[in-house]
Design a protein around this ligand. Sequence first.
Ligand code: ZN
Length: 255
Amino acid sequence: MVADYRIEHWTSACSVVGSSKDSAITISVNNRAATRQAIINTLSRKGYKLIERSTWHAKPPRDMLTPASWDYRDVVIHHAGHSYTCAVNARGAIEQIQKAQEYDMKKFYDIGYHYAVSCSGELIEARDIRYTGSHVAGENTGKIGIVLLENLAEAGEAWQQEYSRKSLWEKLRGSLDIARDAVAFNHATPTKMQIDALLALIETLIEYFNITALGGHREYQLLAPGNEGRACPGRYGMQVVKEMRAKFRLGAPSK
Ligand SMILES: [Zn+2]
């Protein structure tokens, strides 16, 4: 039997105008695996083949992750930080995501972000979107984390945003990091390929979730309990944030 409705999106579908049915049928398919796959398919139609966890041989989470509340409203932009420089190809980007997962798994059950974007414009699946991320201090519910795989901060930004707020003891303890920050002149600026890939990713996420706000990690961090500063995503990352907010007419972080 041929159905009278056509699935436009996995999350909602309506009857085709002019179908033989009198009233519109609205169906909601709340199948999260299907939504994850639909995101991958939409990206693929836009010319981006998402490098899935299975492709980059992601380690399985150390323990049970929290299933997402599925009302994603915020997109949080991060940069990978000082120890990252632009990878030259997909293989390099995969090495970076593996390194990021290794680092994050010292603290969390899995890599904290949901997606990563390399300098050359590869899109990579990080934490499965079906699970709440671990990328902002305080509340991660409803927040999709995207990391740009390079350092987008200028030397001294970590001092301005983070260490200057800390106690003398913490400053002493962090002196190596502070020294490293002061001479970290190896920052990148985002490439056009990376920006284009990020645009495609955000546009796709907006199709599947009711995204209302977008911001940099440092903006969300200031709203978190304790108000600790963060340099992430750096001065150049914040320029990207502002461009994306304007382009998609999204609000600034409010929670
Ligand atoms: Zn961050």
